[in-house]
Each structure stands twice: as structure tokens, then as C-alpha cells.
Write a protein that binds this ligand. Structure first.
Ligand SMILES: Cc1cc2nc3c(=O)[nH]c(=O)nc-3n(C[C@H](O)[C@H](O)[C@H](O)COP(=O)(O)O)c2cc1C
Length: 239
């Protein structure tokens, strides 16, 4: 296995950081490595808000109180961004029509690919981080803190810093459950039950009071949080 594959397989989210700050030029190198990712038609339909000040971290934490936001060195918020597209369409005398699922897929996928690269770059330098998507539960409030204009929306952040504590690598579902030869392979609940057990064993003493599948049931066994839909309407990105 080469060094890169080894690094990728050692990934574990980091939620506790030391006081050490990431040097600005190092951060810029990671972000540029992230921005080298493939993206739809080279439109680069995302922006990255770099939050370095404690005041701005605290303002975001006030809406989504996860300690990593407050205590990280830098918090990068990945924003789906059709605002530059508006300017380009207007420049070319077009009628800007960004609202719809396809625009959201384009900008979300572009941002996610860049973000994963940034995180891997950070991990390659002995730093670490965690993506924080629950900011979407307060999409409008987070948008206001970041002064996001129409045609933009917050996707998730990455809290980055020097790890104070590292988790063990979290076991994934079995290869055969996720990677399917030629056509989709339906699976029954034995896969789910078995992985509930794997996750329970992995967590050990840090076990949560719900199983993996119970957490899925909580996510998809009730209506979704309306926050993203409301904000996407507000930002003119949904019809
Ligand atoms: C888009 C996205 C959003 C996430 N949001 C959160 C979050 O809000 N809070 C959190 O603690 N972890 C969050 N995570 C981290 C996942 O929980 C974590 O990646 C997953 O459990 C696998 O663990 P690992 O990264 O340590 O391998 C997020 C991950 C992704 C990809």
C-alpha cells in the first residue's frame, strides 16, 4: 500500500483539539489541494468561508453548539454557491434559472469533493478535523452569521486543528454490502443487525444509548428538519 492509501485508510474524525493554531500558509496549501478536486464542468460552484476569529466561531457555536466549532484552530464552512453563476449568466445576457434539484446536486457534490481533499491534506500534515453538517439544522441563522447572499447555502463545516485525542478508525460496513457487482444487490436485515453489533463493539465504553440502526430510524423515521428547505427557498434555490 502506498503512503496516500495508508493515510486515507487511517482516517478518523477528530473532535478535540489542542490550542495549537494552523499556520495560515499551511491552511492555504491544504485548501488549494482541496480545490484541485474534480468539479462539474469546472464551474467550481462552491465557496469556502474560513472562520479564524473566536468571535465568529462563537457566533456559529451559538446556533450549533458542537465543541469542535468553538475549540478548533480554523472552521471552514463549505457553501453551495450559484452566486457567481448569476453574475456569469447576467454577463452573457441570459435569464438566470438556478432553482432546482440539479443545481443543488452540482454545487453540493463539488463542495463535498473539495472538502474531503482538504481534510485529507490536513491529516497528511499531522492535523485532523471533523465535518459538521448539523449546521443545516439552523441553515438560515448560519447563513446570516456568514452574510451569505441569495443563491448560496451552507452545506457543512470542517473544524480543523491539532488532535488532542484520536479515535480508533471506525469500521465500515462489509465490502459486499456497499460494493455491488454489475447490478444492485438487495440485502435483508441480517446486514443491519450484524453492523449494529460491529458498531457496538467498536464504541465499547463510549457506547451511545442507541444502536446504529436506531440512529438511522431517528433520521429517516420522521419528517426531515425543514431548515434547509426553508433556507433554500429564501435563497431562491428551490422552485
Ligand atoms: C457531511 C458530513 C457531516 C457531518 N456532520 C457531523 C456533525 O455535525 N457532527 C459530528 O460530530 N460529526 C459529523 N460528521 C462526522 C461523521 O459522523 C463521521 O465522519 C462518521 O461517523 C464516520 O466516522 P469517522 O469520520 O471517524 O470515520 C459529519 C460527516 C460528514 C461527511
Amino acid at each position: 500500500m502506498n503512503e496516500l492509501i495508508n493515510l486515507m485508510q487511517k482516517h478518523a474524525s477528530v473532535r478535540n483539539f489542542t490550542e495549537e493554531k494552523i499556520p495560515e500558509d499551511t491552511l492555504k496549501t491544504w485548501i488549494n489541494a482541496g480545490r484541485a478536486a474534480s468539479n462539474w464542468k469546472n464551474f467550481q460552484s462552491y465557496s469556502i468561508i474560513v472562520v479564524s476569529s473566536q468571535a465568529q466561531k462563537d457566533a456559529l457555536f451559538a446556533h450549533q453548539p458542537q465543541k469542535a466549532i468553538k475549540n478548533c484552530s480554523h472552521y471552514l464552512v463549505f457553501v453551495g454557491d450559484l452566486k457567481r453563476a448569476e453574475t456569469a449568466v447576467t454577463l452573457n445576457g441570459g435569464d438566470f434559472q438556478p432553482a432546482g434539484v440539479e443545481s443543488l446536486l452540482i454545487s453540493s457534490i463539488d463542495a463535498a469533493l473539495a472538502a474531503e481533499n482538504v481534510l485529507l491534506a490536513a491529516e497528511s500534515g499531522g492535523f485532523g478535523g471533523v465535518m459538521i453538517g448539523l449546521i443545516r439544522d439552523q441553515s438560515s441563522e448560519i447563513s446570516d452569521v456568514l452574510a451569505l447572499p441569495d443563491y448560496t447555502y451552507p452545506l457543512f463545516g470542517i473544524a480543523l486543528g491539532k488532535p488532542a485525542r484520536r479515535n480508533d478508525v471506525k469500521p465500515r460496513l462489509p465490502y459486499e454490502s456497499v460494493v455491488m457487482p454489475e447490478t444492485y444487490q438487495l440485502q435483508d436485515e441480517t446486514v443491519i443487525r450484524a453492523y449494529d453489533k460491529v458498531q457496538e463493539d467498536y464504541a465499547g465504553a463510549r457506547r451511545l444509548d442507541t444502536t446504529w440502526s436506531e440512529r438511522i430510524a431517528l433520521q429517516w423515521g420522521q419528517p426531515e428538519n425543514p431548515s434547509s428547505t426553508e433556507n433554500l427557498n429564501r435563497k431562491k434555490l428551490l422552485k
